[in-house]
Design a binder for this molecule. Structure first.
Ligand SMILES: Nc1ncnc2c1ncn2[C@@H]1O[C@H](COP(=O)(O)OP(=O)(O)OP(=O)(O)O)[C@@H](O)[C@H]1O
Ligand SMILES: [Mg+2]
Length: 268
């Protein structure tokens, strides 16, 4: 397998006292489906933005597709075009992503930028809209959509670019259970096509279902576990210590028990 992303000793701080990532050593191979999990503020979004070349390492080195990913490297138009065509990013907040007048334009924007013929763009838009069931929304203005509809449009607008590496920040956030299934179906297809997917999420069960690797960030912004989702999720003490699950008091008759709970309230 070829490494898609390699991070060595990567640190990031947004300013004094605003640490976001500490000593991250990570290799993501082509075709892997990786879930990044961790409590609020642990650094998941920062890590994804770093893989997308939106945030840069203050210390350490990050490589994408065998090239150093730095501000300078991205100033080279050829490298930037190549990198942007290979990596797609779905922001945690869909409002940040959507800027076109219609949903159709939103989905068509990426493929047009890649230089596809209008006919091919229409085909891609139609296929992707069908997969995420947003065909009826194509003429709508994105700002008139509901939160979950916006999220589906934001995801679709990146999928139409068919990036080799898809980075998604909380993709299932705001999606109803049916839409989550549609998204998981799409990801299943992507896995078969050998594309790389990296997802930041609080949804441990969806992560376990759709990913073959789970990386846990601690509240002090370090990688504290990295392995198969079932192995990572079996480490209840570790998950408790990084605040991914919490102790929850229960009353059973006269008895009061404390059980560890996952965020989706799965019983231990
Ligand atoms: N633009 C910014 N300026 C200053 N500090 C920031 C900025 N963005 C993030 N941070 C800080 O960096 C740390 C990591 O934030 P990040 O958004 O990566 O966390 P996260 O794991 O994605 O959290 P969440 O689960 O809430 O989305 C936090 O302490 C946060 O306050
Ligand atoms: Mg985040």
């Amino acid at each position: 397998m070829t490494a898609e992303f390699v991070l060595s000793g990567v640190c990031h701080a947004y300013g004094a006292g605003m640490d976001a990532l500490e000593g991250i050593d990570l290799t993501i191979e082509a075709g892997q489906h990786v879930a990044i999990v961790g409590a609020n503020g642990s650094g998941k979004s920062t890590l994804l933005k770093m893989l997308d070349g939106l945030v840069f390492a203050r210390a350490g080195v990050i490589e994408a597709f065998g090239h150093a990913l730095t501000e300078d490297a991205l100033e080279d138009p050829a490298f930037r075009r190549e990198f942007r065509s290979r990596v797609g990013f779905v922001f945690q907040d869909a409002d940040v992503q959507l800027f076109c007048n219609t949903v159709f334009d939103e989905l068509a924007f990426g493929p047009l930028q890649l230089g596809l013929m209008p006919e091919d763009v229409r085909t891609r838009v139609a296929e992707t809209a069908e997969a995420l069931r947003i065909g009826k929304l194509l003429d709508r203005a994105p700002y008139t959509l509901s939160g979950g509809e916006k999220k589906r449009v934001a995801i679709a607008s990146v999928l139409t670019m068919r990036p080799q590496a898809l980075l998604m920040d909380e993709p299932t956030n705001a999606l109803d259970p049916r839409s989550q299934v549609w998204l998981l179906d799409v990801l299943e297809e992507w896995k078969r096509a050998g594309r790389t997917v990296v997802i930041a999420t609080h949804d441990l069960s969806a992560a376990a279902e759709s990913c073959d690797r789970m990386i846990v960030l601690s509240e002090d912004h370090r990688v504290v576990a990295d392995g198969a989702p079932e192995e990572v999720l079996a480490r209840r003490d570790l998950l408790l210590s990084v605040n991914l699950i919490h102790e929850h008091a229960h009353r059973h008759g006269a008895d009061r028990h404390v059980h560890p709970h996952a965020h989706e309230h799965e019983h231990a």
